[in-house]
Design a protein around this ligand. Structure first.
Ligand code: PFF
Length: 467
C-alpha cells in the first residue's frame, strides 16, 4: 500500500507490523538509552537506580505503552484528535493531547543540540581522532565545544535539517524506511562495541555497578529521575506512541508489538551501560561524570586503544543514528497534529513546525556559552522551579521540565483516560483484537487503573516533599 491510498484517509500506514515495531523502537531507542541512561545511572550510584527503573518500565511504562498504541490504532489519529474522538466534543480531554505536542516541541529543541555534539564527535573522530590527546585535553575539548555557541548552533541546524528531511518523506517512504535501514545498523554497531567491552578488564566491576543494588544510595530525586526516565526512554506521555499507533492497521497485535518495543528499548539501555562502564572502569575513570560520560570518558578510552579512530567513529555514528530515529518521532508528533487539526499539507506543517522548533532550540545551543544570557544568566530566572537548589541554564531547565514533569503527567492523564474514560466494551475489543495476549487484558487494566496513577502520583508527592 502506498502512502497515499488506503483506509486511513491518506494519512499513511506502516507497511507491516515490523515496519511499526522498527520505527517505534527507533523512536524509543535514542540519546536517552545511550547517552542519558548510563550517566544518570552513574550519578545515582548504579544498581538500585537500575532496579527501580526496571520496575517502573514493567509496572508503569509497559501498561502506558499499550494504552497509547491502543488509542492511536483505534482512532487512527494523532494525539489531540485521538483524545477528542474518544471523548465528547469540546471536552477538556483535548488538553493532554496539546500538552503532548508542547512536550515534543520542547524535547526536540534541546535533543537536537545533544545530537549535534554527537555529530561533532563523529566528524572529529573521523578527521582528527583522539589519539595523542591526554585526558585533560579531551575533557577540555568537551568544555570548549559546550561553550562554543557558534559550533552548537551549526550542528543543531544540520541535525534539524536531517530530521526535517526525513519527515518530509512521509510515513512509509520517510519514517519507516529510515528505521528499516538505521535500526539494524545500530544493533550491529552496539554488539560490536559490547564485544570490545566484554573483553576489557573493567567488565566485572561494571556488571556489579549496574546490577548490584545499594539501597543506601536511594534519594527522592533519584526515584523521580528513574520515573521520568522510564517515560523519556520509552517515548511515553506525549503521544508519540499514539501517533505511531495511528499508522498501524487495525488487525495488528498491538500488545505483542508494545512488548517488543519495550524489550528492545530496555535491552539496548542496559547494553549501553555495559559498553560504557567497563571502559570507564578499565581506564580508572569516574562513573559519575554526568552528561560528559559519553563525550569525555569514552574518547579518553579510545585515545588509548588500538584502532581508536575506528571505535570512536563507530560509537559516535551510532549515537547520531539513534538520535535521528528518535528526533524523527518527536517531530512527527507535532507535524501530524498540525496536519490533522489544521488540515495543513505535510510539506507546510513540516517546514512550519520544524522551523519553529529549530529556532526554539537556539537558546539551548547557547546554554553552555559563558557570554550568553541563556547559560548562567538564566539560572536566576529558573531558580523558583528548583526549590532548595540553584537554578539551571535554559537547556537543563527545559530538559528537567519536559522529562521529569510533563512526560509523567502526560502519561498519567493518558492512563486515566484509557482506564476510566474510554468505554469498557471499546477498550476490551481494542486490546484483544488480533492479540495473542488477550488473556492479559484484566491484569493490564488493573495496572492502568490503580498501579500507574498511584505510582506516578506517589513519586510526584514524594518529590515535592508531601509524603
Ligand atoms: N525515547 C527517546 C530517547 O530515549 O532518546 C526520546 C524521546 C523520543 C522521547 C520521542 C519522547 C518521544 F516522543
Amino acid at each position: 500500500m502506498s502512502d497515499t491510498d488506503g483506509a486511513a484517509e491518506n494519512r499513511g500506514q506502516w507497511s507491516s507490523r515490523w515496519g511499526f515495531i522498527l520505527a517505534a523502537a527507533g523512536g524509543a531507542v535514542g540519546l536517552g538509552n545511550i547517552w542519558k541512561f548510563p550517566y544518570i545511572t552513574g550519578e545515582n550510584g548504579g544498581g538500585y537506580f537500575v532496579l527501580i527503573y526496571l520496575l517502573f518500565i514493567l509496572l508503569i511504562g509497559l501498561p502506558i505503552m499499550v494504552a497509547e498504541v491502543l488509542v492511536g490504532r483505534s482512532t487512527q489519529k494523532s494525539p489531540v484528535g485521538a483524545f477528542k474522538s474518544l471523548s465528547s466534543p469540546g471536552s477538556l480531554w483535548a488538553v493532554p493531547g496539546w500538552l503532548g505536542v508542547l512536550t515534543g516541541f520542547i524535547i526536540l529543541s534541546y535533543y537536537s543540540v545533544v545530537a549535534g555534539w554527537a555529530l561533532h564527535y563523529t566528524w572529529f573522530s573521523m578527521t582528527q581522532g583522539f589519539a595523542g590527546m591526554n585526558a585533560d585535553e579531551i575533557g577540555n575539548a568537551f568544555s570548549t565545544l559546550f561553550a562554543d555557541g557558534d559550533a552548537n548552533i551549526r550542528w543543531h541546524l544540520i541535525f534539524m535539517v536531517l530530521t526535517i528531511g526525513v519527515i518530509l518523506g512521509g510515513i512509509q517512504k520517510g519514517v519507516e524506511r529510515a528505521a528499516r535501514i538505521l535500526m539494524p545498523i545500530l544493533l550491529v554497531m552496539l554488539l560490536v562495541l559490547l564485544g570490545l567491552a566484554i573483553t576489557s578488564d573493567g567488565f566485572g566491576q561494571a556488571l556489579e555497578f549496574v546490577f548490584k543494588p545499594d539501597f543506601s544510595k536511594v534519594t527522592a530525586a533519584g526515584v523521580l529521575e528513574a520515573l521520568g526516565h522510564s517515560f523519556f526512554t520509552l517515548s511515553l506521555g506525549m503521544g508519540a506512541m499514539i501517533t505511531y499507533g495511528s499508522y498501524l492497521k487495525k488487525k495488528e497485535d498491538l500488545v505483542a508489538a508494545s512488548g517488543m518495543i519495550t524489550i528492545l528499548d530496555t535491552v539496548i539501555a542496559l547494553v549501553a551501560c555495559l559498553v560504557l562502564f567497563p571502559i570507564t572502569f578499565t581506564f580508572g575513570l569516574e562513573p559519575q561524570a554526568g552528561p560528559g560520560l559519553v563525550f569525555i570518558n569514552l574518547p579518553i578510552a579510545f585515545s588509548q586503544l588500538a584502532g581508536g579512530v575506528f571505535w570512536s567513529t563507530l560509537f559516535f555514528a551510532l549515537l547520531v543514528l539513534a538520535a535521528l530515529t528518535s528526533a524523527i518521532s518527536l517531530l512527527e508528533v507535532v507535524v501530524s497534529t498540525f496536519i490533522d487539526e489544521f488540515k495543513m499539507s505535510r510539506l507546510k506543517a513540516t517546514l512550519l513546525c520544524g522551523g519553529t522548533i529549530t529556532l526554539f532550540g537556539l537558546p539551548s545551543a547557547l546554554s553552555g556559552s559563558p557570554e550568553s544570557y541563556f547559560g548562567s544568566g538564566f539560572k536566576e530566572h529558573s531558580a523558583f522551579l528548583f526549590e532548595g537548589e540553584t537554578g539551571k541554564n535554559w537547556f537543563d531547565t527545559f530538559d528537567h521540565l519536559a522529562s521529569n514533569w510533563f512526560l509523567p503527567i502526560g502519561g498519567l492523564l493518558i492512563a486515566l483516560f484509557v482506564a476510566w474514560r474510554v468505554g469498557d466494551k471499546a477498550r476490551e475489543e481494542a486490546f484483544t483484537t488480533g492479540s495473542r495476549f488477550a488473556r492479559w487484558y484484566g491484569l493490564w487494566l488493573q495496572l492502568l487503573r490503580y498501579v500507574v496513577p498511584v505510582g506516578v502520583i506517589a513519586v510526584i508527592l514524594y518529590k515535592i516533599g508531601l509524603i
